[in-house]
Design a protein around this ligand. Structure first.
Ligand code: 3UK
Length: 516
């Protein structure tokens, strides 16, 4: 794949129809528990029929915004490709959104049409009643012979894709909103194909016989890339799981023989014991060979735990909805504990100070990136803050070392300043995670009259340990022995679970301002 694209380009043609043109339509494409496997030709036929429904029955024209809503399953992928084929814009939404949030999405994206999993229809129907611009809804995976599938039966499995421009928008992806109002980011057909040519090509290096699997919802671009675009760009197959809690994921890895896995750091941590018992991992003779972690900082302790359990070195990568996918990462051979990795070929990255000037290696600053993908917020004044001179200014505080490895410190707004010291939460979290009593933890700064802020840790303990003053003291001493003592948590609170988004991200603002 190259980063040069012709003026007319449709990502469905490149990722899906090309395989049939090349006589490879019989390759397995999509698999799901309890369902039959779909070949590339099956997916094409489904997507083509849905494309006809969109154009002929629902009146979709290029540029219309089509909301997609459902768990990760083959029909969702067929709907997504159908939207690409007709030159419309896919507006992907997280399955857990309620009517009020769906209403915000409908307004912001000016959604006129929706394709939705039957089981998730109630909230969308409520939202559509309150937002009548969304006039056309079709439901799939409902009672047999009804809904979208019934309409599809009237149409041909052949469809001529709309000749979209390479820089026509095809996707509105909403940011996960760990803080503030969600923003919509716009991506072009060529952005998605450029993404396939960068990180997957240079870092992941998957092959046609790989079996992809993972937990994030397809509305998260980490999953749209990792579970749909990247496997299909190499002709591999992907297993779609509607539910992928750590135990469910462990079972599915065994059942389907997954070779490439995408999930969040906490999920690797939760699966480690089970993975060890099942002897998952190519070094132990199993099929699993590549494990990708993104969405949150990967603690060195979690990297070590997974390596010990499976023999597999995790591939960490930082991506962002704004950039579509991963731009700093390291493959198994180049991974360094405590570092996200080096810049992905195709991208440039640098660390800048408050004034936007590049700082020398070893200096803390804000991460800025530039490359073939980039941020375009839909109708949002924050665009001017995020993109300047083609550089995308992330919200992440990083240090680049002399070897060009990037070390995540914290989100810029989460940096703890205590008695004049800068303290990044991940470092304290990593120290705590090495203690046998700690299942999960989160560290934030809380206001303190004397020090400005103090370090506070929220800890979920493992079964068999007891919360209390003795454990607090033990954890504090442990951190003091593991990293610079001034970083130890002066406050420790035990919780049953940590507040997280649907994409596995910690919601630090909910720890700072607990709901009443
Ligand atoms: C944080 C990380 C440390 C970081 C994403 C891969 O997470 C994704 O997109 P979002 O828009 O969030 C972006 C923010 O999440 N983050 C993500 N990965 C890492 N921090 N180490 C990491 N490896 O704060 C970043 O700014 O939800 C990840 C691919 C596509 C994505 N959209």
């Amino acid at each position: 794949p190259s980063l040069q694209f012709p003026p007319l380009l449709n990502c469905a043609t490149e990722l899906l129809d090309r395989w049939i043109e090349r006589g490879q339509g019989d390759r397995t494409c999509l698999r799901a528990p309890g369902g039959s496997d779909w070949t590339y030709a099956d997916l094409q036929r489904h997507a083509n029929r849905i494309a006809h429904v969109l154009v002929r029955d629902l009146g979709v024209v290029p540029g219309n915004r089509v909301l997609l809503r459902g768990p990760n399953n083959p029909m969702m992928v067929a709907c997504w490709f159908a939207v690409m084929k007709v030159g419309a814009i896919a507006v992907t939404t997280m399955p857990l959104l309620r009517a009020k949030e769906l209403g915000q999405v409908i307004d912001k994206a000016r959604v006129t049409h929706a394709l939705c999993e039957y089981a998730l229809r109630a909230e969308l129907e409520d939202a559509a009643r309150a937002h009548p611009t969304l006039a056309q809804l079709r439901f799939f995976n409902g009672p047999s012979g009804t809904g979208l599938e019934a309409d599809m039966a009237h149409h041909s499995g052949q469809f001529d894709n709309v000749a979209t421009a390479a820089d026509d928008t095809c996707l509105f992806a909403f940011t996960s909103g760990t803080t503030g109002q969600p923003k919509a980011t716009m991506h072009f057909h060529r952005d998605l194909l450029a993404s396939c040519a960068c990180w997957p090509e240079h870092v992941l290096k998957a092959q046609a016989d790989d079996v992809f699997m993972g937990s994030p919802p397809l509305a998260f671009t980490f999953a749209l890339g990792g579970l749909v675009l990247f496997p299909m760009s190499v002709g591999a197959s992907t297993v779609l799981l509607e539910q992928a809690s750590p135990p469910q994921l462990l079972d599915a890895i065994g059942e389907f023989g997954a070779t490439v896995l995408f999930t969040a750091p906490t999920s690797y941590r939760a699966m480690a014991d089970g993975a060890r018992e099942r002897r998952l991992g190519a070094p132990h003779g199993g099929p699993l060979r590549k494990c990708v972690s993104a969405g949150e900082v990967l603690p060195a302790a979690t990297r070590a735990l997974w390596k010990d359990a499976t023999g597999i070195e995790l591939i960490d990568g930082i991506g962002a909805t704004e950039m579509f996918h991963i731009f700093i990462s390291a493959d198994e051979a180049h991974a360094r504990p405590g570092a996200t990795g080096t810049v992905v070929p195709g991208y440039r990255a640098r660390i800048v100070d408050e004034a936007g000037r590049e700082v020398p290696p070893g200096t803390l600053g804000r991460l800025a990136v530039k490359g073939p993908t980039g941020c375009r917020y839909l109708d949002d004044p924050r665009q001017a803050d995020y993109v300047r001179d083609g550089w995308n200014y992330t919200s992440d505080a990083y240090i680049m070392d002399a070897d060009g490895y990037f070390h995540f410190q914290s989100r810029v707004d989460d940096m703890i300043v205590s008695a004049g010291y800068n303290i990044g939460s991940p470092e304290v979290e990593d120290a705590l995670l090495q203690h046998p009593a700690v299942a999960e933890c989160a560290v934030i700064g809380v206001p303190d009259a004397e020090r400005g802020q103090i370090v506070k840790a929220y800890v979920v303990i493992r079964p068999g340990h007891e919360a209390g003053a003795a454990l607090v003291r033990e954890l504090q001493d442990y951190v003091k022995r593991t990293i610079a003592p001034y970083k130890y948590p002066r406050a420790v609170e035990f919780l049953d679970q940590l507040p997280r988004t649907e994409t596995g991200k910690l919601q630090r603002f909910r720890l700072r301002n607990p709901a009443p």
